[in-house]
Design a protein around this ligand. Sequence first.
Ligand SMILES: *Cc1c(COP(=O)(O)O)cnc(C)c1O
Length: 450
Amino acid sequence: MVLMNDIENSDPEIAQALKDELKRQEEGLEMIPSENNVSHATLQAMGSVLTNKYSEGYPRKRYYGGQEFADKIEEIAIDRAKKVFNVVHANVQPYSGSPANFAVLNALLEPGDCHMGLKLTDGGHLTHGWKVSATAKYFKSVPYSVKKDGRVDLEEVRRLAIENKPKAIWVGYTAYPRKFEFKEFAEIADEVGAYLIADIAHISGLVAGGAHESPVPYVHVITTTTHKTIRGPRGGMIMVTQKGIDKDPDLASKIDKSIFPGLQGGPHDHTTAGIAVALGEAMKPEFKDYAKQIVANAKSLAESLKKEGMKLVTDGTDTHLLLIDLTENGAGKGQYMQQALDLAGITVNKNTIPFEPFSAFYPSGIRLGTPSLTTRGMKEKDMEKVAKWIAAVYDEIRTYDMPNDKDERKEAIKKFSSEIKENTNLRKIREEVREFAKEFPLYPGFEIMR
Ligand SMILES: *Cc1c(COP(=O)(O)O)cnc(C)c1O
């Protein structure tokens, strides 16, 4: 990659920040489960001249000239999406996962119509009708929840569906360590005549690689991001299944019209090219190994964390994602853990746990996952080391309390922040993590950037 030397000449300030970010990514362990590391090829597609092009409309039906190559690229991306996910229709233009989800609601519902999704604080996504989202402002939203054991309460889903007769039901989550219950949801959605939408943003790479069941036989519409486990550029896709077409022959065109001209203007053609490249990679046999290894690593990490005495929501994982429950010594410690892990070079995010005992902003859990570490080539035995570091970091923070009182809390966080920065055990872990991470170089060809 030689892209950086031009930025270096023309804009040293941005070049330096980019180099620093590369270093941060390479010398740390990226364990936010929605993140991943794209290939050189995908990066090059993203950095291509396609960002210069306007292509409002769809292939062969555009509003501007000069489309022969943009058309070709979008057609290839669509074709690959259909093959990878085994669907009859794909729209690769959504700017990201959230706009894709809004576009589906815009296509299927009238303002005020009802849809149902998992509560944000139980692991659902904002765009499935959480109260601060436009998906709750323009549509009626009825949230369902998880049970004490952390699994979706399917009886509640059924009861609420019968009561509210939603037009659409979401199955698919953002902080849920277990298999998504496509079949069980299909029974409920079919019973009440609702569209069933699978949001596989988190697990699309697992679905593509055969490491999670496909929603295709069960749902009408599928949405996904393209930048999580599927390992492409930041973007979104909407797909329609045969079951969807059988329910509504106009479904594909409703979806397309909802994206353009309903919600978006010109598609991001450079992203489309990146999506095509990433989907091409997902069609190779190695991608199956990758998807299986993501799950194997997550399971190994879960077992090792438990051996270290840590508590997991649902006691483990079926996917790429784990939720650590930090309530053993008091609630609200997610923030402390996230901060301390950051100092140790392990990036995660604080997250609510089911029946969150503290608050959404000061939650009691940590969400983490293995897609990025697996891309870097780490295996099960490496996860044992990572688990030991995570447990060691927890030891450094477990005695800090998160007070309920606002002023006391401010003081406590201040005290924690200044003390944790000086913590010598954490510094030692940081050095070990750095050395370990360097054994798994992220972009070995990027010498020019350093
Ligand atoms: C990440 C995610 C999205 C939204 O994706 P953005 O690209 O951040 O807008 C939607 N749904 C689920 C379940 C997600 O996890």
